[in-house]
Design a protein around this ligand. Structure first.
Ligand SMILES: Cc1cc2nc3c(=O)[nH]c(=O)nc-3n(C[C@H](O)[C@H](O)[C@H](O)COP(=O)(O)O)c2cc1C
Length: 201
């Protein structure tokens, strides 16, 4: 028994080493997939007829709601739009959201006035809901979907139009409209790397 102790210790150390190496490998996979999704995402404005199911939309919304928010207020609600007449009207009314009528679904991230901070932090909600929007775009891309952020807030006329068309509650402020569908175009991601725009101190 005495002689077996070093042997058992060696096996335990080897097991710990292997497990440490394999968790390092997992982190590397995570790093690669996250950075790859960020680098290859691009706005998609043409969609096929393939439907996007409820579970997929839930996954996108979960990604949205995982975003960071100031003081963890999560000052958002999300409208999911599949009504074809509403999608057509959004498409005809918003000047730069023509693609909405061809999408399988629209997600409309909104600020919720009831959860806005007060005082100087009042407009943090815009950053919070924007972070959720970017999460949705990245998740859509990672899942083989195409999507584009189309701007609503702070253009007053667009806020009024979107709120009317989608029957959005007065306490909700639409930030943007995200048309989503399976891609019918394959544009190259833009190269936006501009090192001269960085200042090191
Ligand atoms: C605040 C905001 C508003 C935007 N509004 C529109 C829009 O109304 N219509 C549109 O087609 N794209 C819109 N875009 C998408 C941009 O045009 C697009 O992100 C930009 O050209 C960079 O291209 P990329 O997304 O392929 O990297 C908007 C993006 C942001 C962040």
């Amino acid at each position: 028994m005495k002689h077996k102790a070093p042997f058992i210790a060696a096996i335990l150390i080897a097991a710990l080493f292997i497990s440490a190496c394999s968790s390092g490998k997992t982190d590397r996979n995570l790093q690669d997939s996250v950075l790859d999704a960020i680098a290859t995402r691009t706005s998609i404005r043409a969609y096929s007829d393939k439907p996007v199911d409820k579970k997929t939309v839930s996954t996108l919304l979960k990604a949205g709601m995982a975003a960071p928010t100031a003081m963890n207020t999560r000052p958002w609600v999300f409208y999911v739009v599949r009504d074809k007449a509403m999608m057509e009207e959004i498409s005809c009314t918003l000047p730069y959201t023509k693609m909405a009528k061809d999408a399988a679904v629209l997600i409309v991230p909104c600020g919720d006035r009831e959860r806005f901070l007060t005082g100087e932090g009042m407009t943090y909600w815009v950053q919070d809901v924007s972070a959720a929007t970017e999460n949705i775009l990245l998740a859509a891309h990672a899942m083989g979907l195409g999507a584009v952020w189309t701007g609503v807030y702070p253009i007053r006329e667009r806020i009024t139009d979107v709120s009317r068309i989608l029957d959005i509650a007065p306490e909700h402020v639409p930030l943007c409209v995200i048309p989503i569908g399976y891609p019918a175009e394959n544009p190259e991601p833009k190269d936006k790397w501009e090192p001269e725009r960085i200042f090191y101190r």
